[in-house]
Design a binder for this molecule. Structure first.
Ligand SMILES: Cc1cc2nc3c(=O)[nH]c(=O)nc-3n(C[C@H](O)[C@H](O)[C@H](O)COP(=O)(O)O)c2cc1C
Ligand code: SF4
Length: 491
């Protein structure tokens, strides 16, 4: 009897070991789950816990809408959209509609019929540039530098963006071969260190800029004044992430922290900013704009007055308004948390100031900051944005699990690490499809909100289509909170 039990035990242990080995081989060789590829067998627990989390949390842990910076409901929506699985929910909304700031869209009794729905037309950016850009998608990939993110992440984003018809912003790390290989439309960002177009004196090298602009897929240039996560501080790439290749692209020494100045030394006024924009546009021939998080805003008045003095041709072709609570690879907590206005305040402010100065049709507005689900993007379009940029939405599409280690070199999903072993988990071909699906599903569902409000396409959404919940629990339409502003001449 004892012998039989011993044999059964040995058989069971052997079977368990064999199962583990088989799981190991399957996990290591499959291409769609980065965590399982990087952490075979044990990585499976994450997916099991994710599945069961809903039930556990119901009794013990955080609620669906509690985690920061993005809660589980927001992230799950992106994961499902990216995987192309059913994104409907059952039984009823888990969103608490009482907190002040919650947007509620006003559906109309006669929504747009499917046959009356219109595709969002491409929008021209930079009519006075030698090569204006016809931007096809309302949703696009926000700046994330090659360096902050990995080669497979850049490849997946670029390929997915090409398939989805959206642009991809390089971030401040220069154009890498991987941006070009994917074939997406590229917005080249000039950061304060001017990586990729940097002269020996640290200033802008016109020949290098011409060479970047000569790539057929480079469509626009974005001058970065600041980003929401670290206003008043330049980009930071920890030395551990400055590989030989990244150092070569940026023209900096490998292995040392790569720290950009906190502003472009040559830009210190509205005049300087316009001079620089016009110079870059002239040299590159491409539409040129700038990105900034808004804090103080008197400078925008000065800038817009100066544009009207010089003529509208001199204007930036777009302004990217980044939320004060924006994302980044690495930044001091005090800046991430407490400096710069959140988008809900800065976006209406910038749109209204452009209207006031009669520049709303000349300068396109791109909004970024936590616009990772359709409702948030639709809110920005109601307020007056022409385009939405998302960084972290696309990171979730790539498989980001919000492990919050982007500033180290240990990202478990291969997105923000240059550790080859961890990068192996991110298979660009598979994740490019997810990027495409996420982009397309976002556009489709923003369209569904627009149709519910009775307009044929997202850019027809207006402020009166969205109400915002106030302190007393009642909602007020955006057009009452931010009434339309007439151009100054008409006052
Ligand atoms: C990993 C990472 C790298 C980033 N790198 C840059 C950069 O090089 N230049 C820049 O202007 N913004 C950079 N950002 C900020 C994003 O472009 C964006 O403005 C910000 O994350 C807010 O958008 P989101 O909420 O969609 O992420 C980065 C963000 C992340 C998460
Ligand atoms: S998984 Fe974590 S470390 Fe990797 S990109 Fe996402 S938040 Fe950053």
């Amino acid at each position: 009897m004892l012998q039989i039990l011993t044999n059964i035990f040995i058989f069971m242990v052997g079977l368990a070991l064999l199962t583990v080995v088989i799981m190991y081989v399957i996990d290591k060789t499959q291409t769609s789950h980065a965590v399982r590829r990087n952490f075979p067998v044990i990585g499976r627990f994450r997916y099991i816990f994710e599945e069961m989390g809903e039930f556990f949390r119901q009794y013990f842990f955080a609620l669906d809408r509690e985690e920061m910076p993005f809660n589980r409901a927001q992230r799950s929506w992106v994961y499902r959209a990216a995987k192309g699985v059913d994104n409907t929910v059952a039984f009823g909304s888990t969103l608490n509609l009482s907190p002040p700031g919650t947007p509620i869209f006003v559906n109309c009794p006669y929504p747009t019929l499917d046959e009356d729905a219109a595709p969002t037309k491409p929008m021209t950016i930079g009519p006075y540039a030698r090569e204006p850009y016809e931007a096809r998608s309302v949703l696009n990939v926000s700046g994330m530098s090659y360096g902050a993110i990995s080669k497979p992440a850049v490849l997946a984003l670029s390929n997915g963006s090409r398939m989805a018809g959206n642009w991809m912003n390089t971030g401040e790390g220069g154009v890498s071969p991987w941006h070009l290989e994917g074939g997406a439309d590229i917005v080249f960002q000039i950061g304060t260190a001017k990586y990729g177009v940097r002269g020996d004196d640290g200033g802008l090298d016109d020949d290098k800029l011409r060479a970047v602009a000569a790539h057929a897929t480079v469509k626009m240039i974005e001058l970065k004044l600041s980003q929401g996560a670290k206003p008043g501080k330049g980009g930071i790439l920890p030395g551990g992430k400055v590989t030989e290749e990244i150092a070569k692209i940026r023209h900096i020494p490998a292995g040392h922290d790569s720290i950009s100045p906190n502003r472009h030394p040559e830009i210190d006024s509205a005049e300087d900013l316009l001079d620089m924009i016009n110079h870059v546009r002239e040299v590159s021939g491409l539409p040129t704009g700038f990105k900034s998080v808004i804090g103080a805003y008197g400078w925008l008045d000065e800038l817009f007055e100066e544009i009207n003095r010089r003529g509208v041709e001199s204007a930036p072709d777009f302004i990217t308004v980044d939320s004060g609570d924006g994302g980044t690879g690495a930044a001091p907590m005090s800046l991430i948390d407490n400096v710069g206005l959140p988008l809900k305040e800065s976006l209406p402010l910038v749109v209204d100031m452009l209207n006031e100065h009669g520049l709303r049709d000349r300068i396109r507005v791109i909004a970024s900051g936590k616009l990772i689900n359709p409702a948030e993007a639709a809110w920005a379009l109601c307020v007056g944005a022409d385009f939405i940029n998302s960084a972290r939405g696309f990171m979730f599409a790539l498989g980001c699990i919000q492990a919050l280690q982007c500033n180290k070199n240990t990202c478990p999903t291969g997105i923000t690490t240059h550790d080859k072993k961890l990068q192996r988990g991110l298979v660009p071909e598979d994740k490019a499809e997810r990027v495409r699906r996420y982009s397309e599903t976002m556009r489709k569902e923003i369209g569904i909100i627009a149709h519910s409000c009775g307009v044929p396409e997202p850019r027809r959404l207006k402020r009166f289509h969205c109400r915002i919940v106030q302190d007393d629990g009642r909602s007020v339409p955006l057009n009452e909170l931010y009434p339309d502003v007439e151009p100054r001449e008409l006052h």
